[in-house]
Unconditional design. Structure first.
Length: 336
């Protein structure tokens, strides 16, 4: 077996995770098709921590058939358990547009007859091949955190060769051609992009894209930089009103999505695969353990072996997968 084939096999069990509760998509089965943490941005608020490998080109990570097989297996197990799946969501540890096989993956998922979503930071949408791949999805979310160069660089911290004007032109071209559901998402960070002039400029740009819905989000999970804080409620209300004056549908993403995480396999593996992409509050972890007749000693073991990390934020304790680890935890299946 070649090294590439071996790595694909080791990765397969953690490519698909959930279903998990999504504030935008209902019950979402996540697809983690990029190794941790390869991205074109190093956002100050990223819930997965700091970017480990900055990239701006496209690469082949996992074979499309490996990704599709992992998703099929998880879908089958979820259906046998009576779990509802509203979307298959490509929401990896990094930017999905970096995957040169993105379009092939979407095509191989079509036979499952479940709507396909992609959550992208939009940094590579100026590329025609990325636009073509995203056209294949039913629902696409694009990040628009700022429309001024300086603010964009301070909050998203992009790969050095990326240029905001080029990305904006790509977003406009894609929005004009795309026939699926296009939404935008803006993460508001206190004292970075929450002043009225930033919000007005953002609203003017989004008005050109005409998204089906514009989401305004707050960092509700532990961010990459500990100084990151959400704006207060008055600022969110102001932002909502400014955007609503120019757009048809604006929604706040400032609430908690709940504890309804699904258990579809080995609970330790489920916990590691979910927390690799979606940090979980203690209450959600307790609920997952309870559904599997497991106790807190499992979490204590993962913490002791440094597979899980505890983090406190906004009055809650979260559990995150330690993305620095590259070996395999005993009994937890394959990981990168």
């Amino acid at each position: 077996m070649s090294q590439a084939t071996t790595e694909d096999a080791r990765a397969a069990s953690l490519i698909a995770f959930g279903p998990v509760p999504s504030r935008r998509l209902g019950r979402s089965l996540g697809i983690n098709h990029i190794p941790p943490k390869v991205c074109s941005y190093a956002c100050v608020y990223c819930q997965l921590g700091r970017t480990l490998a900055m990239r701006s080109g496209r690469f082949e990570f996992y074979a499309p058939d490996v990704v599709a097989a992992a998703v099929r297996e998880k879908v089958n197990v979820a259906r046998e358990a009576g779990e509802v799946i509203d979307y298959l969501t490509l929401v990896p540890d990094g930017e999905p547009g970096l995957d040169a096989n993105l379009g092939r993956v979407i095509e191989r998922l079509r036979p499952l007859n479940i709507p396909i979503a992609v959550i992208t930071n939009g940094s590579l949408i100026w590329r025609r091949d990325v636009q073509s791949d995203l056209m294949l999805a039913d629902w696409v979310s694009v990040k628009v955190d700022a429309v001024e160069e300086d603010t964009w660089r301070r909050i998203d911290r992009p790969y050095g060769s990326l240029r905001l004007t080029r990305i904006q032109e790509g977003l406009q071209a894609f929005a004009a051609r795309y026939r699926g559901v296009l939404v935008s998402e803006t993460m508001l960070v206190r004292d970075l992009n929450d002043r009225p002039e930033h919000l007005t400029a953002l609203a003017d740009f989004l008005q050109q894209l005409k998204p089906a819905r514009a989401y305004l989000a707050a960092p509700i999970r532990p961010p990459a930089e500990p100084w990151v804080r959400p704006p207060d409620e008055t600022v969110f209300n102001q932002a909502y009103q400014i955007l609503l004056a120019r757009l048809n549908d604006v929604e706040l993403l400032i609430g908690y999505e709940g504890e309804a995480f699904a258990r579809t396999g080995d609970v330790e593996q489920d916990l590691l695969s979910i927390t690799a992409v979606h940090p979980m509050r203690r209450e959600a972890v307790e609920d997952l353990l309870r559904s599997a007749d497991a106790d807190w000693s499992l979490v204590e073991g993962l913490l002791a072996r440094n597979w899980l990390i505890e983090a406190d934020y906004a009055g809650h304790r979260f559990y995150l997968r330690n993305l620095q680890r590259v070996d395999e935890p005993s009994g937890a299946g394959a990981v990168l």
